[in-house]
Design a protein around this ligand. Structure first.
Ligand code: KG4
Ligand code: ZN
Length: 320
């Protein structure tokens, strides 16, 4: 069994996954409530909370699987990209456990982890496919040819799609994280009520800072009326983001000739996006948002490092 650990942002997570991609346990302790009053993740607060949670979360994952450390053959841990202080908590815990038990350790890239959520049962998707990765921290189009990695076709030039949802939710006075709340409110609104722009950037890249500014100005111009138009604002805003994601994804399909699309990351939960990309492969919702089962899954397809080589591993904030 593989023990996966994930602490790149505001979720402390541990999971046990078999070599066949069966999830034996998947424990996620979200810190969202802790960061809600700041309207976003505060890195130093996140690191401290990870430190408090990491041991009980690992113990929880072992208990839930009815396993002990004796049953673990390998440890997989997110080494980046993410918040450095947060990543170091998971990485240090993984090193300590691997060292104490003389286990091999696999460093996993968080983005590869998101893609590898598709390789877990029951989804068990086999490449090749085109993958849209849309989360709070990332928005990428990936050409996936095998399970060990991918090629990047396009990425956001500014905000991530989930970040755009979260910032929009904040402008509309909704809570954090706001993607799911915009999704809910949008169902009662008219997506054509306001014409928010979809950025025209070259190639297969994305840009979401313009639509966010457009929402800001519209809310400001509406003044007191904004409150009663919130559902229309949410629906139109979501429509612009989803249109941008779907258009670029379909353009990438035409360019690469892939006949299958997969969507991963927290924004994959969005109902309008799911409808726009009908037929796309999706992992179960609990595997779309940050978790450690996807990290353990990715750890199946990378060479593990033997003791003592992994002791020199470092975390990285941004993808190389
Ligand atoms: O993958 P994830 O858990 O964390 C990162 O790695 O960033 O994604 C979280 C993001 C948040 O920005 C959240 O607002 C967004 O996913 N999200 C949604 C929905 N549910 C979560 N965005 C749009 N519609 C949703 N239903
Ligand atoms: Zn993520």
């Amino acid at each position: 069994m593989i023990l996966g650990l994930e602490t790149s942002c505001d979720e402390t997570a541990a999971a046990l996954v078999t070599e066949d991609g069966e999830i034996r346990s998947n424990v996620v302790a979200s810190q969202a409530d802790l960061h809600a009053r700041f309207g976003g993740v505060v890195p130093e607060v996140a690191s401290r909370r990870h430190l408090e949670l990491i041991s009980p979360v690992i113990r929880g994952a072992l208990d839930e699987a009815g396993a002990s450390l004796d049953d673990v053959d390998r440890i997989a841990v997110t080494s980046g990209p993410g918040l450095i202080g947060a990543l170091l908590v998971g990485l240090s815990a993984a090193k300590a456990l691997a060292w104490a038990r003389r286990l091999p350790l696999v460093p996993v890239d968080h983005l590869h982890g998101h893609v590898a959520s598709l390789y877990l049962q029951p989804t068990d998707l086999e490449p090749p496919f085109l993958c849209l990765l849309a989360s709070g921290g990332h928005t990428l189009l990936l050409d996936v040819r095998d399970r060990s990695g991918y090629a990047v076709l396009g990425r956001t030039l500014d905000d991530a799609a989930g970040e755009a949802f979260d910032k929009g939710a904040r402008l509309l006075g909704l809570g954090y994280p706001g993607g799911a709340q915009i999704d809910r409110l949008a169902r009662q609104g008219d997506p054509e009520a306001f014409a928010f722009p979809v950025a025209r950037v070259p190639g297969l890249d994305f840009s979401f800072s313009g639509v966010k500014t457009a929402l800001l100005y519209t809310v400001r111009d509406l003044g007191e009326e904004a409150e009663s138009r919130r559902a229309d604002l949410a629906a139109s805003y979501q429509h612009a983001i989803v249109r941008a994601l779907a258009q670029r994804t379909l353009a990438a399909v035409r360019q690469t000739g892939h006949d299958r699309i997969a969507v991963v990351g927290g924004v994959a939960a969005n109902s309008e996006l799911r409808a726009a990309l009908q037929g796309a492969s999706l992992a179960p919702l609990e595997l779309c948002t940050d978790n450690a089962a996807m990290i353990a899954s990715a750890g199946r397809y990378r060479e593990p490092l033997a003791y003592p080589r992994y002791l020199g591993l470092d975390a990285y904030a941004a993808s190389p």
